[in-house]
Design a protein around this ligand. Structure first.
Ligand code: TEU
Ligand code: CA
Length: 544
């Protein structure tokens, strides 16, 4: 059974979720304390961002030891307790799998960098000065770093402390399979595979064609030559023996290419995280706001709905640990509650598995720190340096960009209640809490029947109770309209019609049908009239 199709996934960024021992850092026991909260929310699967031992250059996406839990987060025993208790509550757990690179403190790399005869040398990409290429790193700058010990260079597509693994080496793939089995045998129910579509590089590492200093070389690793071979090997040698699913983070992917991974029958991955809709407000270039963002958002999501339907399965997300908060991007601070509920309804009632990122269910917003030093994320600091040095942008201008686009916008501590440090910890957290925690927090949401959290609970039940909302076909109306979205989901004799306003103004409610033939079954407003109120969403149902 493809159980993931009927599941809601909740992503936990462990460092910022809940701190059980008051050292300012979230931890596994902190998650255990909140299992009832997760159960009451109604989610089926937890995706844990990396909890492995790490020097935290990229907050865990740089793994030092794949078999060990970062001591700040707890122990393997805590992990076992967590998974046992989650399972006892009917909640599954997927782990983050980061295999494009390791930390520069991983024992393989420490040994490899020391001498050319190391047995781990071919686990990575070391090249002499005259052999290196012109590729650039996702985090800005050159993708090669000098290694004094052997007087040569190594490849890193992310930070220089994240050397790329050479998956063309069968020994590396054997190591990965060992890691997969280790966690699966502990009961893990699947993996979110980090930047999985860049793990195969063109042999010989040729120069990239781009003249721009971003993504140069990408034609030699995006969906690289051996990617399918590697993924099939993981599937045939490991995955097929377990009742699990994978979701692959695939950068710069199209639905056509996605299907080469996720098509049912191929099943190299079960879903991908695509980025098209994250570009609606000009992501890469989040630098220049656009007037067409609603239309672009609708277009991107619809494209994936149409092209994947019947062949594979979509993932549905607005937020994760890399993205600013969705209310800031596509909703409204003025209509905070309304827009949070609208966004959830609009997205999650499409075809695919919904992913909720911690705090999204209470409408957390970007903290927008004033001081550059309050940001801890490496990408944020690199972008700042890049903008200042390459483009000569002013400090003020760069801070404006960072407040909009920093990944730390998603990583500020979870807001549990109106108490010091938002109830996340009793000590100063590793990253500042958003000052709006006094209003926006779980406790307030629990008290208020009309809260965002209570709406999420209702919405989750609502979707899970309907085969049409899970499996139904998707049909969009008025795709060009830039103020509201409308689509239907059809399955057997049921039809749902969803209309969602992205406007702060009242809108005329258009419809291709006579709505008198429909029943209104869900909305974020108590009263609904001929006009759509600001950020109003409505779900209509019809038996056909
Ligand atoms: O992200 C890959 C990725 O493309 C992002 O780093 C992207 O460049 C950035 O978010 C744009 O704002 C994955 C992880 O999700 C991310 O946290 C890691 O830093 C990265 O891989 C390296 O492991
Ligand atoms: Ca702690």
């Amino acid at each position: 059974m493809r159980w993931y199709k009927e599941s809601f996934v909740y992503q936990i960024y462990p460092r910022s979720f809940n701190d059980s021992n008051n050292d300012g850092i979230g931890d596994l026991r902190g998650i255990i304390e909140k299992i009832d909260y997760l159960k009451d929310l109604g989610v089926d699967v937890i995706w844990l961002s990396p909890i492995y031992d790490s020097p935290l250059d990229d907050y865990g996406y740089d793994i030092r030891n794949y078999y060990k839990v970062l001591p700040e987060y707890g122990t393997l025993a805590d992990f076992k307790e967590l998974i046992t208790k989650l399972h006892a509550n009917g909640i599954k757990l997927i782990m983050d799998l980061v295999i494009n690179h390791t930390s520069d403190e991983h024992e393989w790399f420490l040994d490899a960098r020391k001498n050319k005869n190391s047995k781990y040398r071919d686990y990575y990409f070391f090249r002499d000065k005259d052999e290196i290429n012109n590729w650039t790193s996702f985090f800005g700058g050159d993708a090669w770093e000098y290694n004094p010990d052997t007087d040569d260079y190594y490849l890193h597509l992310f930070s220089k402390r994240q050397p790329d693994l050479n998956l063309a080496n069968p020994k590396v793939r054997e190591e990965i399979k060992k890691i997969l089995r280790f966690w699966l045998d502990l009961g893990v129910d699947g993996f979110r595979c980090d930047v999985i579509n860049i793990i195969s590089k063109t042999e010989g590492l040729p120069n990239g064609k781009s003249i721009l200093p971003i993504l140069r070389g990408s034609e030699h690793y995006l969906n690289g030559p051996k990617i399918h071979e590697y993924l099939q090997e993981f599937k045939n040698d490991v995955f097929k023996d377990y009742n699990m699913f994978t979701v692959g983070e695939c950068v710069f992917i199209t639905p056509e290419i996605a299907l080469t991974y996720i098509k049912e029958g191929v099943d190299e991955l079960n879903m991908v995280f695509q980025f098209d809709h994250m570009a609606a407000d000009n992501f890469l270039i989040k630098w220049f706001p656009t007037k067409f963002k609603v239309r672009k958002l609708k277009k991107a999501l619809s494209k994936w709905q149409y092209k994947i339907n019947g062949k594979g399965w979509n993932s549905l997300y607005f937020e994760n640990h890399d993205q600013p908060r969705s209310i800031n991007r596509f909703g409204s601070l003025k209509y905070h509650k309304e827009s949070a509920k609208m966004l959830a309804t609009y997205l999650f009632l499409q075809q695919g598995t919904p992913y909720i990122y911690q705090g999204q269910e209470i409408g957390m917003t970007n903290p927008a720190y004033e001081d550059l030093n309050d940001y801890k994320d490496i990408e944020t600091h690199n972008i700042y340096k890049f903008g200042r040095s390459k483009f000569k942008f002013s400090h003020k201008r760069m801070m404006r960009k960072i407040k909009l686009m920093s990944r730390d916008n998603a990583r500020s501590p979870m807001q549990w209640r109106d108490a010091l440090y938002a109830g996340f910890s009793e000590s100063e957290p590793w990253l500042k809490v958003n000052p709006n925690y006094k209003e926006i927090n779980v406790e307030n949401n629990l008290k208020d029947d009309d809260s965002i959290l209570n709406y999420y609970r209702k919405l989750i039940k609502f979707k899970k109770n309907s085969k049409a909302l899970i499996y139904g076909d998707y049909l969009e109306h008025y795709p060009k309209n830039k103020h509201f979205a409308m689509y239907e989901r059809i399955y057997n004799n049921e039809k749902y019609l969803i209309v969602a306003s992205f406007s702060e103004k009242e809108l005329k409610l258009k419809s291709p049908y006579d709505l008198a033939d429909f029943e209104l079954v869900l909305s974020n407003y108590k009263e609904n009239d001929e006009k759509l109120k600001p950020y109003e969403v409505r779900v209509y149902k019809q038996q056909i």
